[in-house]
Design a protein around this ligand. Structure first.
Ligand SMILES: [Mn+2]
Length: 426
């Protein structure tokens, strides 16, 4: 199902006057105080698009259990429809990120034409060597690309090459590799051999990529292995990317850091090295919690966007492949994704509202207090009118979650799919 244009227009009409007043006030303030061109900021917000991962459209689980959400998408087709709903309401989710084998299409031309009809493209595609598949000859119990077992390692390489072939048929341009590989106990494996095998395996995968593809190497310090992971940090990821070639780079997932890690500094370092290729958004309190973006640490998200904007605008670093990587085990997944999209755009808008000229001058003058004032003036500004205006100009909804509820979307999805519909792959 789609959200009708008239439904969105009615929703916006009811909020237009108030929105105009709020936007005018903010526009005046930003132009007078900071010399910022709000039209340019709004253009940046409109240009921004974030991929929705296919696996976030059903209710996520924990290792203890999963509480299914009624009306979940039962097929890849229905997942595309859910992303289209998010895009209709926000104008900011113009692509989907697939996970193989969960989303392997049975008919490429019909999936491609459905995506086209819905105005969606296929973003980076994800391989899976963290689970054994029913028909697999070898187990990944002791690792995949890192394995000392030739058969298991070769099987994992072949799987990634197969994922690339699937992605090619859909128009994807990047492969994301996240490995569960590691060890649970000291001495379990040779860390040196595991890393060397992983490097060699990634080189084989890289060699099998089309010339216009990117390889994105995700890192994570722990979990599901608890003593060591083979790619624990950005440094190891960059090492692996550099040993593959120019079209390999690091993917930062916000949840894949130890507590209190300065993620914004990692972002700035990766951009200086021109190796930030992908970005997974979520939020966390303790670890890889996969909570809604901006729900726990919005200031951190803003500081990260400050570095992203600095890298992209001031130093012409290409925008990384953006994706939401969160798992929603108690909320309606579509509402949760709408909230995440909103939080990401708000953080981006705030970063775009930093008076970068003044900040550079204050940094040069070692005026530490002023530096903080400049950053916090942007962070404490309510920039939602800019985000709403970007949506209005895109024909999307001023307030996506409210519009979603007004249109009673979930009830219709339950009617179509059933109250026990369970997302495929989860
Ligand atoms: Mn991730």
């Amino acid at each position: 199902m789609r959200i009708k244009q008239e439904t969105i227009a009615d929703h916006n009409q009811a909020r237009a006057q108030r929105h105009e007043r709020e936007l005018d006030l903010l526009r005046q303030r930003l132009e007078e105080d900071d010399g910022l061109d709000t039209a340019v900021i709004i253009e940046h917000l409109q240009a921004f698009s974030i991929a929705i991962p296919s696996w976030a459209l059903g209710a996520g689980g924990t290792r203890f259990g999963r509480f299914s959400m009624a009306g979940e998408p039962r097929s890849l087709e229905e997942k595309l429809h859910d992303v289209a709903i998010i895009n209709d309401l926000t104008g900011t989710a113009r692509s989907i990120s697939l996970h193989i084998p969960w989303d392997t299409p049975s008919d490429y031309s019909s999936i491609s034409s459905l995506a086209r009809d819905l105005g969606l493209t296929f973003d980076a595609i994800n391989s899976n060597t963290f689970q054994d598949q029913p028909d697999a000859a070898h187990s990944y119990r002791y690792g995949s690309l890192c394995s000392t077992h030739d058969g298991a390692r070769q099987q994992a390489i072949e799987h990634n090459l197969e994922v690339i072939r699937i992605g090619e048929q859909l128009g994807s341009k990047a492969l994301t590799v996240w490995l569960a590989d590691g060890s649970n106990f000291p001495g379990q494996h040779s860390m040196r051999a595991a890393l060397a095998h992983t490097r060699d395996s990634l080189q084989e995968i890289y060699a099998g990529m089309p010339a216009d593809w990117q390889l994105l190497v995700e890192y994570k310090p722990y979990e599901p292995n608890f003593y060591s992971t083979v790619i624990p940090d950005w440094g190891t990821s960059v090492y692996l990317a550099e040993s593959c070639g120019d079209r390999a780079s690091t993917l930062v997932d916000l949840g894949h850091h130890l507590p209190n890690t300065n993620i914004e500094q990692i972002v700035s370092t990766l951009m200086l090295r021109e190796r930030l290729g992908g970005f997974h958004f979520n939020d966390s309190k303790y670890g890889d919690d996969d909570l809604t973006c901006g729900s726990i640490k919005p200031y951190q998200l803003f500081l990260i966007f400050h570095e992203l904007v600095s890298g992209m605008q001031d130093h012409a670093h290409p925008a990384p492949a953006w994706m939401i990587d969160a798992s929603h085990n108690i909320k309606d997944p579509i509402e949760d994704l709408l909230q995440s999209v909103d939080a990401i755009l708000i953080a981006y808008a705030k970063a775009l509202c930093i008076n970068r000229k003044d900040l550079a001058a204050a940094q040069q003058a070692h005026d530490v207090a002023r530096c903080q004032e400049i950053l916090q003036r942007a962070f404490l500004s309510d920039v939602r009118p800019l985000v709403r205006q970007a949506r209005l100009q895109d024909g999307a909804a001023i307030d996506p979650v409210t519009a979603y509820r007004e249109a009673d979307v979930r009830a219709q999805l339950i009617k179509q799919r059933g109250s026990d519909a369970r997302a495929s792959g989860l």
